[in-house]
Design a protein around this ligand. Structure first.
Ligand SMILES: Cc1ncc(COP(=O)(O)O)c(C=O)c1O
Length: 359
């Protein structure tokens, strides 16, 4: 258990575990932001104190992701699902086509939203084998407006090892469940979006990293809050932003920098995931869902040989303070979400329990 023995090991898929240092700093800032005598929840978003928070959060995001000025960094008071709709509204039209990689439930939802606006061409699909594999062969349409993919499929536990190759249009990435877990692949991307509640901070806010020229190419006949250009022009302050969310994202990014940046995150995440995948590969009773080349380093999904065994392991985990391991209903079994802030020792605890059960 965590500090003071009070905190469980939180394997939740999101909202998810945050670094303890960040929680402590947030706790202090709730009471008194930067010695101002007013808490972060109470400060005006137009005041200089929050202005400094916004500045340092954007600066930290840019430093973490090595993001140049050709990209805008935006905060929206919305989850990733909101962007499923905003993206086609901004960049698609009735006669145009967008290409979508279909790797699971989240890409499916994004596709449904795009179909409301224009034509959708599915360039690859993992549906035939219950989304256990991320297809690498993409067949693009002749001139798509953009190519959308979900870098990490949170539910099935699959991940693109690298972005789709050879796209004939800007890539758009739903990076909700693996942003900042490894170096950010900006090349070829028009826009990357992520709901914050896994690797970045609290729910109710999303981060958008978008090329300024791509934003400028968007439709202009939408209400201001539905246009990415409004967030760019007004530094995400057209209306009151999620000020606390911006603060926490800034602290998380500072924690990433203090802990070696994205290269170090990637190394640690690979090590943590390997502990679990090695255990699955060596096991006769536990079996991973994702095929080896598509395995997610963030969400490890697995089944037991019987449902009873799965239930017993889940119950034992709960009783030992290992929480949030029940798999999504579409895959069943167990899912260990091991985002940046999840401790390596916690993964070892789970592996030890899996071994014990097998014996
Ligand atoms: C990959 C992915 N995309 C989108 C979403 C939806 O995010 P939100 O609930 O913030 O709308 C999730 C949520 O878990 C997700 O994992």
């Amino acid at each position: 258990l965590g500090r003071a023995g009070l905190r469980k090991l939180n394997f939740s898929s999101g909202p998810a575990v945050l670094p303890e240092e960040v929680l402590r700093r947030a706790q202090e800032a709730l009471w008194d932001l930067d010695g101002s005598g007013i808490g972060i929840l109470e400060h005006s978003h137009r005041g200089k104190e929050f202005g400094r928070v916004l500045d340092r959060t954007e600066a930290a995001i840019r430093e973490v992701g090595s993001i140049g000025d050709e990209f805008a960094v935006l905060f929206e008071t919305a989850g990733a699902t909101h962007h499923f709709a905003l993206i086609p509204q901004n960049f698609l039209s009735r006669d145009a086509t967008a290409d979508y990689c279909h790797t699971g439930i989240w890409s499916g939802k994004a596709i449904d939203e795009a179909k409301r606006v224009g034509n959708v061409h599915v360039v690859c699909s993992g549906e035939a084998n219950n989304f256990a594999t991320t297809p690498t062969l993409c067949t693009y349409s002749p001139s798509p407006r953009y190519v959308h993919y979900t870098s990490n499929e949170t539910i099935y536990g699959t991940q693109w090892a690298s972005p789709p190759q050879g796209a004939p249009a800007p890539l758009i990435c739903d990076a909700s469940s693996d942003i900042f877990s490894r170096p950010l692949p900006l090349a070829g991307h028009g826009l990357i979006y992520a709901g914050a509640q896994k690797n970045l901070g609290p729910s109710g806010i999303s981060l958008v990293i978008a090329r300024r020229d791509f934003i400028a190419s968007g439709n202009t006949d939408l209400s201001p809050l539905a246009q990415y250009r409004t967030y760019e022009a007004e530094r995400s302050m057209h209306n009151t932003p999620n000020t606390f969310g911006v603060f926490v994202i800034g602290e998380v990014c500072r924690w990433i920098l203090d802990n070696g940046g994205l290269a170090a995150m990637a190394e640690r995440n690979a090590r943590k995931a390997k502990l679990l995948y090695d255990a699955l590969d060596a096991s006769k009773v536990w079996r991973g869902h994702a095929t080896p080349e598509s395995r997610s380093l963030m969400n490890v999904t697995f089944r037991g040989t019987t449902k009873d065994l799965e239930e017993q392991l889940l119950a034992r985990c709960e009783s030992e303070g290992l929480s949030g391991l029940r798999g999504h209903r579409s895959v069943g079994g167990l899912r260990a979400s091991i985002y940046n802030a999840f401790p390596e020792d916690g993964v070892r605890r789970l592996v030890t329990l899996m071994h014990e059960f097998e014996r």
